[in-house]
Design a protein around this ligand. Sequence first.
Ligand SMILES: C[S@@+](CC[C@H](N)C(=O)[O-])C[C@H]1O[C@@H](n2cnc3c(N)ncnc32)[C@H](O)[C@@H]1O
Length: 291
Amino acid sequence: MSSLDEYLAANRARWDESVAIHAASEFYGVDRFLAGESTLLALDIDEVGDVEGKSLLHLQCHFGLDTLSWARLGAEVVGVDFAPSAVQTASEIARRAGLRAEFVESELYASANALADHLGTFDIVYVNLGALCWLPDIAGWARVCAGFLRDGGILYVRDVHPVTQSLDDEAAAGDLRLRYPYFEQSQPQHWAGGEDYADDSASLEHHDSYEWNHSLGEIVTAVIDAGLQVEFLHEQEWTVYRALPWLVETGRGIWRLPDRDSQADRRLPLMFSLRATKGVNQRFPSAPPSR
Ligand SMILES: C[S@@+](CC[C@H](N)C(=O)[O-])C[C@H]1O[C@@H](n2cnc3c(N)ncnc32)[C@H](O)[C@@H]1O
């Protein structure tokens, strides 16, 4: 059995290899970004709020298109990722787009050391799709996020819903069956295969990857235990990629369950978004009110 370091090293090698494929793919659309298109979802822009003049840390930023889209909206951005080619490509795209941004190569749990000068300074920590499943310890992740926020700063995360992660992706169309662990396990789910989600025609040399699911309760509790005040937890019945083979595209880049009955859209949450605040605006007094 491999050690945690070996799992993370395998994931890092695979992500590192994928960057060139992604940067050339229609799916990510670097040309569209360079022509001025934002890669951010309207949902995120709406739920994060105005970023003008605010400092924003994007954890697991991949090759930076979302990070740089925040920069275009006026945020002072820092992106962190453990794949060297992700950070290099992000810096290169920032240069070509004429945007100011700092990209740092670091493993998530080591990022407090890599960015020690930035601890307790960010207005916003942003985490988006396809991030949490690569992390073995959700409580540790939440502590990393909280450590980067200033008092009053917010954590915003929008990711694949953990129920979706636990579904059988080989079941018949529309058949919602559980197959993979819903709760966090010490041993990861091992995947072996060279296919790439952004480009069907590409084949990766690094076949092995390791993922951990985290239940919604574990995610929310981790955020609270890290000292943050949860403002909302939303669950979306749509997603932005084909998370299950039989999802249908109902708008450009919007995927849903196939229509089965009038309630079809709302049978399953495919993504969630959560916003939490550090320190101030406590909803409850620290001691219960005396009677
Ligand atoms: C699916 S991508 C995130 C994609 C991003 N939301 C986007 O749409 O471009 C996941 C990213 O997490 C990074 N990653 C995975 N595990 C990590 C870890 N332990 N520490 C830091 N980065 C990690 C990968 O290198 C990859 O760039």
